[in-house]
Design a protein around this ligand. Sequence first.
Ligand code: PRP
Length: 181
Amino acid sequence: MNPHSDIEKILVDEKTILNRIDEMAAQINTEYADEDNIIIVSILKGAFMFTSDLVKRLTVPHIVDFMALSTYGEKSEASGEVRVIMDLRHPVQNQHVLIVEDIFDTGLTLQFLERILQSRNVASLKKCVLTQKEGRENPSLNIDYLGFTIPDVWVVGYGLDYADKHRTLPYIAELKQEVYL
Ligand code: PRP
């Protein structure tokens, strides 16, 4: 079946994504210019495409590490539970860590990550997030580098999925309601 038939409309096209990543990478390169090394912590699966395009544009010394997380239960602040499926390979103590995430939806994942990485005594911790749903801003969970604010609809593509499908579309799109209702 053609995956494109599940798409309502494209919200952010490929060129716009890559142009924004150019800008985000430039900002990161400037702000970390004095550091010897940063550890990019990419959150699987959703962040794999964003991470790939972002790190190609980094000129500051860095290594890339991955963490896979899974959410159980209803994804709400109250009942959602995040678990580590695969942990980092590298120790992060005294390291400058930059989390790379595809989306801030409820914020539960980032909140969880921030807590566990801070407990490992990192030298610094920042968050680089490609998309945030409109109206989800959370003053206690500041995003240091944000790509786009997107409408509060089901989005797929560029790493984002519906039941693991449509992740590899090169753009961010709204899923047709009939697919998930
Ligand atoms: C998605 C996404 C983020 C998280 C954001 O991951 O990739 O990691 O949800 O949502 P939140 O702000 O409500 O926590 P998901 O758990 O669906 O796993 P996946 O990345 O493997 O698709």
